[in-house]
Write a protein that binds this ligand. Structure first.
Ligand SMILES: NC(=O)c1ccc[n+]([C@@H]2O[C@H](COP(=O)([O-])OP(=O)(O)OC[C@H]3O[C@@H](n4cnc5c(N)ncnc54)[C@H](O)[C@@H]3O)[C@@H](O)[C@H]2O)c1
Length: 426
């Protein structure tokens, strides 16, 4: 299924679902030959899903020997004992793996700070790329990614699994069928207490802790922004034009460390840059506003980590209560459960793959990111979430930091489509 099918709904898209190979014959397609860089928690989970979907894995790379050995074992088991080659000779050994000519595609699930350099190297080595979120940390990296995809013509996909959640795709269907009318406002947030995973047990910082120490702004924008960007047609009919950002003081991580580590411990002396809670307001070229919140530090339970709301001229949606109101259809003053419309507006991807997706992780989103990536890789089709999308969504991080540093001053968001945002469909 191509991006236009992800964005489209109804009968036409339903026909496209399940059309896996353009050759239309019944011959078994060649398996995608996939290498993985980074087999920690996330990379190992995605590797498992990819193996279930029939990939060949000739090579794996990680600098952590234990993680690498675990992943090698996983592949060996799935491939009847055939052992993938393991690359672990240091932080740039992935380049040796990229030089192999039997790899068609690469999945990157390393710490966020490494995504863009590794993705750019992989594209330039002629590989198709799946990158974990976010795609990049600086504006230079965002542009580097766009240029590498343009110049090599290789497919790049950001693995934003939240875009494939069932409720998110139901709303996408409703938007595409005009139920909301013109869209004016969206609210979204990633609010997830991640304090424990900023520190190792000895109090040293994990890569997530280093990110919080070294950067400010919204450091994880895509889980919240991705679904909203799809609803609003960002880079396909509209685009994010400017933003302003504000952040609270940075106190939560220091407080957390102070209550866990003894006086004089290094963990208590780290000065974290990122504010506990950050709010970004984004205005689109067509006049919609997105209110985007990020908070991974404040103390709170998190039955869900993200929330979304959407306002159109004729409908309103609230994910926190899973409710919707349709002008002319819902009773006056009464929210309805979104479930009332789940069948009528079920996305074709969910209609086709529900049994396989459920239980695959993150409400089925993990199944679909892998499936859609492999689909695009096999067919050399367009990416459902391409380098322009990845760059635009990820640029919120450096631009929000700049706005905060300048007292909330507006920042222009670059047009990564180079003027094509109004007419692009794929
Ligand atoms: N989409 C989601 O829902 C989701 C969920 C969790 C994590 N993530 C993302 O996945 C990525 C990985 O997260 P994680 O929780 O698995 O982290 P992790 O720390 O468990 O794993 C990262 C792995 O990368 C390896 N690594 C580090 N530097 C390397 C290098 N130079 N070369 C090769 N390997 C290297 C580490 O040794 C480790 O095994 C992050 O970007 C994170 O944001 C996404």
């Amino acid at each position: 299924m191509r991006r236009r099918d992800l964005l489209r709904c109804g009968a036409a898209a339903a026909v496209a679902v399940g059309v896996v190979y353009p050759s239309a014959g019944h011959e078994k397609p060649a398996a995608v030959r996939l290498g993985v860089i980074g087999v920690g928690g996330r990379g190992t989970h995605l590797l498992g899903l990819a193996l279930k979907q029939g990939v060949e894995v000739p090579a794996l790379c990680d600098i952590n020997e234990a993680n690498l050995a675990r992943a090698v074992g996983l592949v060996e088991k799935a491939r009847d004992g055939r052992r993938p080659e393991a690359y672990s000779r240091g932080p740039t050994d992935y380049r040796r793996m990229l030089a192999r000519d039997d790899l068609q595609a690469v999945l990157i699930a390393t710490p966020m700070q490494l995504h863009a350099p590794m993705a750019i190297d992989a594209l330039r080595a002629g590989k198709q790329v799946f990158s974990e979120v976010a795609a990049a940390i600086t504006l230079d990296e965002c542009w580097g990614l766009v240029r590498a995809a343009e110049e090599t013509g290789k497919m790049y996909m950001l693995g934003e699994n939240c875009c494939y959640w069932p409720h998110v795709m139901t709303i996408l269907c409703m938007v595409r069928k005009g139920v909301f009318g013109d869209l004016t406002y969206a609210e979204c947030g990633y609010v997830h207490d991640c304090r424990p995973i900023k520190f190792n047990t000895d109090g040293s910082l994990t890569w997530r802790g280093e990110l919080a120490r070294d950067y400010t702004g919204n450091l994880y924008p895509t889980h919240s922004l991705g679904p909203v960007a799809h609803w609003l047609g960002i880079n396909r009919g509209d685009r994010m034009a400017s933003l302003v950002a504000m952040s609270t003081k940075a106190v939560g991580l220091h407080d957390w460390a102070s209550r866990r580590f003894p006086e004089g411990h290094l963990a208590r002396q780290v000065r974290f840059k990122v504010g506990d809670s950050t709010t970004v307001l984004i205005r689109t070229a067509k006049g919609a506003v997105i209110d985007l919140r990020y908070d991974v530090i404040s103390a709170r339970p998190h039955p869900t980590t993200t929330y979304y709301s959407l306002q159109g001229l004729r409908a309103s949606y609230e994910s926190r209560t899973e409710s919707i109101w349709l002008d002319g259809r819902s009773a006056s003053y009464k929210w309805e459960p979104l479930d009332n419309y789940a069948k009528e507006f079920e996305h074709p991807l969910w209609a086709r793959w529900r049994a396989e997706a459920e239980g695959a992780g993150h409400l089925g989103g993990d199944f679909f990111v892998i499936r859609e990536f492999l689909q695009a890789a096999r067919t050399a089709g367009p990416s459902p979430i391409d380098a322009c999308d990845a760059a635009a969504w990820s640029s919120i991080m450096p631009l929000s930091a700049k706005s905060i540093a300048e007292g909330g001053a507006p920042q222009e968001i670059p047009d990564f489509t180079r003027g094509k945002w109004e007419t692009r469909t794929a």
